[in-house]
Design a protein around this ligand. Structure first.
Ligand code: PBG
Length: 346
């Protein structure tokens, strides 16, 4: 033999020693379970594209969170489906809004750590993540203000859809209303420039300087959000989100986005989606000492389920391997629809 086989990694792959050498683990305390609270229903509604997940009415929010906690998962991320939508998404910051009511109950009656999503796509009649720019609004209204995809939508597609700065104060007041309802942490996800600074100063001015901000620092304009948009009824009625969410091709730009959020006071840095962006998770981990979160999104969940349903993948091991990979890349915590199932088996 030309080479020396003194190094044999296989020596360390015996059953008895594997556990001792394992570099990465997943535990229930690393996981955050998304919970959908829906003001338009009085019963639990299963989400077809996300098996095992439901939209629950406010009355069921506490029981739903108790189910999550029984698996050992201690944190939830709340998403709301409001009773009505309008031009600016004002139900997002209403004191009697769906997330506010659910948060009050959950924090009053359970020990769950409640993180709230701060965004407007579920709350605006046009489905975009903020206040529409005047010309986009005009273009959309010219089309009848209805759901438009395909060729008709192009006349507004090419414009900047969301007005950045007018959205900032709405983000701040939404975050403050969540904190007033008892939210433990807020998570702005709208990819508005300056959102972390606006939310941080809003919280500080309202006396919530102890409420941390988990920023969706690098959120990509991804095809993997499809099932969520059905679940939360937050698909844009026209156009897409490419004017504010990041181009999936850009890793360096992600670092720049993250750095801006750090400068504005983000406490936790979130990368989204997770599996298709593990390089970004790793780069953020290496460049910053902040806790890093990754969002294992609806499409990443749905595709494992769909393959498992066909008998092409083993659901449990593919789910566990997904989460393990996200941790190995450098995430400290993972927002995932697999939270309960994986935690249950740990
Ligand atoms: C926006 C938001 C989205 C998700 C979470 N927050 C969707 C989007 O940008 O369309 C997606 C989460 C998922 O796919 O699991 N408020």
């Amino acid at each position: 033999m030309e080479f020396d086989l003194t190094s044999r990694p296989r020596r360390l792959r015996a059953d008895g020693v594997r556990g001792l050498l394992r570099e990465t683990t997943v535990s229930a305390s690393d996981l955050v379970a998304p919970v959908f609270v829906d003001a338009t229903t009085d019963e639990r509604v299963p989400i077809p594209s996300m098996p095992g997940h439901e939209r629950v009415p406010v009355e069921e929010a506490v029981p739903r969170v108790r189910e999550v906690m029984e698996t050992g998962v201690e944190a939830v991320m709340l998403f709301g489906i409001p009773d009505s939508k309008d031009e600016v998404g004002s139900r997002a910051w209403a004191e009697d809004g769906v997330v506010q009511r659910a948060t009050r109950r959950i924090t009053g009656e359970t020990d769950a750590y409640v993180i709230t999503d701060v965004c407007f796509c579920e709350y605006t009649d046009h489905g975009h993540c903020g206040v529409l720019a005047a010309d986009a609004r005009e273009g959309w209204e010219r089309l009848g203000g209805e759901e438009r995809h395909g060729s008709d939508a192009h006349s507004v597609d090419s414009r900047m859809t969301v007005a950045n700065d007018p959205t900032l104060s709405n983000l701040a007041r939404t975050a403050v209303s969540h904190a007033s309802a008892g939210a433990d942490m807020v998570a702005p996800s709208s990819m508005t420039d300056g959102m972390v600074g606006a939310v941080r100063s809003g919280l500080d001015e309202a006396g919530f300087e102890d409420v941390p901000v988990m920023s969706y620092a690098a959120k990509f304009g991804s095809a993997f959000y499809g099932p969520f948009r059905d679940a939360a009824d937050g698909a844009p009625a026209f156009g897409d989100r490419r004017h504010y969410q990041m181009d999936p091709a850009n890793g360096r730009e992600a670092m720049r986005e993250v750095r801006l959020d750090v400068e504005q006071g983000a406490d936790v840095l979130l990368v989204k989606p997770a599996l298709a962006y593990l390089d970004v998770v790793r780069r953020v981990r290496e460049a910053f000492d902040h806790p890093v979160a990754a969002y294992n999104v609806s499409g990443e969940y749905a595709m494992v389920h769909a393959a498992a349903e066909k008998g092409w993948l083993d659901l449990e091991s593919a789910a566990y391997e997904s989460l393990l990979s996200i941790k190995r890349a450098g995430a400290d915590l993972i927002v995932t629809y697999f939270a309960e199932d994986v935690a249950d088996r740990l």
